[in-house]
Design a protein around this ligand. Structure first.
Ligand SMILES: NC(=O)c1ccc[n+]([C@@H]2O[C@H](COP(=O)([O-])OP(=O)(O)OC[C@H]3O[C@@H](n4cnc5c(N)ncnc54)[C@H](O)[C@@H]3O)[C@@H](O)[C@H]2O)c1
Ligand SMILES: [Zn+2]
Length: 363
């Protein structure tokens, strides 16, 4: 068992998380009046049963099930859940348990943080992406008017419980989406970790646990130093300035060709590694190493119909950017980041073209 201390809460990584969850309830100062477990159809199917039989406190819990999918991380769905909480008599001493991927932990955290001015919540992430990234760090939120994570608050869970066994039922595409964040953690923080990440094979469960633990430690360390993203937390945005714009572009214009968060970030990291090479002296061999590795793991995404101007407009809107100036977190070498970097729109277009060219999908 690994217990990693975060801002006022602990992240438990354990094969038997039921035991840790039972201890959480036993040691909690709050006597929770009612427990609500937020799930989607996949997390209830694959992850709920093994916990329900072992966690005493879950016996009388109310299950709130929503449909899976990023499109449901919305105000409409929040509104339905707030109503359900009211209907079932939730009060200030109720607890929300977010059992699912990043959509569930982001939205459940937001719902709990705002219901009756805030009730407690815990996260039990069940996707790779949620285990290494979304469930920790205190960012909660929902999408709004076609913009990702437009509404939300910083607020921490009371605890996070991670069991990598949950990932056995995850499909390969979803698994890779989480792997993109692992790649990011290595690139921004640790050149030795980058070597481990490059040799990782999905079938090795010990290696998977090690990856989860190292990634959680890296993200946690950064977040503890800068919880509100005024400074070094921005490093976690490597690959995300361009990645988020691509994700939003597809979300808005090509819902049928939706790309997953990690898939967008994978492309974003190649483009931003190119910018790093151009403006932060990332050595050329490292740019090539990053590009080659990501392309070897992620199928190329056809983005040739992308309207470059639309992508740049989306980047300007990104809440991380101050009025009109597009802000990047880049690399000066593998394992070392530089925050608050800006560049010309022309170079951003070149970076997108670099990806298309390297992925051999330029028409
Ligand atoms: N708060 C943060 O710091 C932060 C960081 C990164 C990403 N995010 C957010 O996380 C979200 C993406 O998270 P995600 O990739 O987990 O998406 P997700 O929650 O949509 O889960 C992906 C899919 O996997 C299914 N699933 C969940 N657990 C499963 C299991 N054990 N077996 C089989 N299927 C399972 C889900 O039902 C869904 O269909 C995005 O909304 C993103 O904005 C937040
Ligand atoms: Zn991300």
């Amino acid at each position: 068992m690994t217990a990693i201390k975060s801002a006022g809460y602990t992240v438990f990584i354990h094969k038997n998380i039921a035991k840790e969850i039972n201890s959480f309830f036993k040691n909690s100062k709050v006597n929770y009046s009612k427990i609500f477990i937020l799930v989607d159809e996949n997390s209830i199917k694959h992850c709920y049963a093994p916990l329900a039989v072992k966690v005493g406190a879950f016996k009388d819990a109310e299950i709130i099930e929503i449909e899976s999918g990023e499109e449901n991380k919305s105000l409409e769905v929040c509104s339905q859940i707030w109503s359900t909480l009211t209907e079932f008599g939730a009060d200030r001493n109720s607890l929300m348990v977010n059992l699912g991927g990043g959509v569930i932990t982001d939205m459940g955290g937001f719902i709990a943080s705002t219901f009756k001015r805030g009730i407690d919540f815990i996260n039990i992430p069940t996707t790779f992406l949620a285990q290494v990234d979304a469930s920790i760090g205190g960012k909660t939120g929902i999408n709004h008017s076609n913009f990702k994570n437009e509404i939300g608050v910083f607020n921490s869970p009371k605890a996070v419980f991670i069991n990598s066994d949950f990932l056995e039922t995850l499909d390969q595409r979803q698994f890779l989406s989480g792997f993109a964040e692992v790649i990011k953690h290595a690139l921004i923080a640790d050149a030795d970790y980058w070597k481990k990440v490059r040799s990782f094979q999905n079938s090795d469960s010990d290696a998977l646990n090690e990856l989860i633990e190292i990634s959680v430690r890296i993200k946690n360390k950064i977040v503890l130093e800068d919880p509100n993203e005024k400074n070094i937390r921005k490093a976690l945005n490597f690959g995300h300035t361009i990645g988020h714009a691509l994700e939003t572009f597809f979300f808005e214009h090509h819902p049928e060709k939706r790309i997953l968060h990690g898939e967008a970030i994978a492309i974003g990291m190649i483009c931003e590694a190119y910018l790093s090479y151009k403006i932060c002296k990332l050595p050329k061999e490292q740019l090539e190493e990053i590009t080659k590795f990501i392309l070897s793991r992620f199928k190329p995404i056809m983005i040739n119909e992308i309207h470059e101007n639309a992508i740049i407009e989306l980047m300007k809107h990104d809440k991380k950017n101050k009025t009109g100036v597009i802000n990047f977190s880049l690399l000066s070498s593998i394992g070392k980041f530089e925050i608050d970097q800006t560049t010309s729109e022309e170079l951003i277009v070149k970076a997108l073209k670099y990806y298309l060219n390297e992925a051999k999908i330029l028409k």
